[in-house]
Design a protein around this ligand. Structure first.
Ligand code: BTN
Length: 327
């Protein structure tokens, strides 16, 4: 099926918000016969769309296939800049690497790189990120905030708040955030975010926010070493999640929260972050490049830095791997 026809049909179904669209209306919109409409519906079904046909009522779209592409993300996207420029590739080494190149080429604020499969996904602290084909959301968002370097960690916390909120709104699940930006469901990691910077002296040129979201994996899709620590939205929900719709929701929520941040500063984001945080008040071990610290997590300060009450006094943690100790 030509993509323009598919796009128009999906637009018609979306506008009807799950009601039937009559054959006559589709004929009029596409300028074709009823037989041609029937054939288009067959083509949609072959592409994985579930279409119900009822005599004298017409057709209704029950479910879209879980497919991501530039079109699927752009259609229905309600943002001004987030996700408006999309680079989609079926397979990449890492969306972060592509985003870095795009930053150097001058890509605008809000540019989004998305892939179905990463062969060399990058995690925090030089780790690898398992990014199997067709199941998760592997993406990198380029932002160009005019902020000094020391405020860059705030962007990481802003990202985790926006993604947690979008997941809650889209699925009804209640995610929590482990400092700085792991998103967990029932104690298992469902989202990891890698934030990278292009900066000079004290000026940030670009922030690349790279979330890896486990969406439609089953337990069998995780390698043995991740089975006890990772989960997916599908496993928690017992249902598949439309990845394109979730990307749209994330772009929309992220753009709103970013606007709040630019207008009102970090305070409203800090408050939201704290409402999702599962680290505060807990006894934790923070492994940093300068050594290991143990203590009680008191919260984050106005810059997004974690405050840890240790036996030697309050320690500021800028970047670390956190382990929550059972008390
Ligand atoms: C973590 O270690 O928790 C962060 C994982 C971040 C993975 C994502 S997947 C999309 C983007 N591209 C990458 O190569 N990494 C990030």
């Amino acid at each position: 099926m030509r993509s323009a026809i598919r796009k128009r049909l999906i637009e018609l179904f979306t506008a009807s918000s799950q009601n039937f669209v009559s054959s006559q209306q589709i004929c009029d919109e596409l300028g074709c016969s009823r037989t041609a409409v029937w054939k288009h519906m067959e083509d949609l079904r072959k592409e994985g769309y579930e279409v119900e046909a009822v005599r004298r009522k017409g057709y209704r779209l029950l479910r879209k296939p879980d497919k991501i592409s530039e079109d699927e993300i752009l259609f229905g996207l309600d943002t001004e800049s987030f996700g408006r420029h999309i680079y989609f590739q079926k397979e990449v080494a890492s969306t972060q690497l592509i985003a870095h190149d795009l930053v150097n080429e001058g890509a605008p604020h809000g540019t989004l790189v998305v892939s179905d499969h990463q062969t060399n996904g990058k995690g925090r602290l030089q780790r690898a990120w398992h990014s199997p084909n067709g199941t998760g959301i592997w993406m990198s968002l380029i932002l160009r905030p005019e902020i000094p370097l020391h405020k860059a960690p705030q962007m990481t916390l802003l990202a985790s708040v926006a993604i947690a909120e979008a997941i809650k709104d889209q699925t009804g699940l209640r995610p929590s955030i482990k400092w700085p930006n792991d998103i967990l469901l029932n104690g298992k990691k469902v989202v990891g975010i890698l934030t990278e910077l292009k900066a000079e002296a004290d000026q940030v040129h670009a922030v690349i926010i790279g979330p890896g979201i486990n969406v439609n994996q089953t337990a069998d899709d995780f390698p043995d070493e991740l089975k006890n620590v990772a989960t997916s939205l599908r496993m928690e929900l017992n249902d598949k999640v439309d990845r394109a719709a979730l990307i749209q929701q994330i772009m929309s929520t992220f753009e709103k929260r970013y606007a709040d941040y630019i207008k009102h500063g970090f305070a409203p984001i800090k408050q939201l972050w704290e409402s999702y945080a599962m680290t505060i008040g807990q006894h934790i071990v923070a492994r940093t490049v300068n050594g290991q610290y143990t203590g009680k997590a008191l919260g984050i300060n106005e810059e997004g830095v974690l405050l840890l009450e240790t036996e030697e006094g309050i320690q500021k943690i800028y970047s670390a791997d956190i382990e929550i100790k059972s008390t």
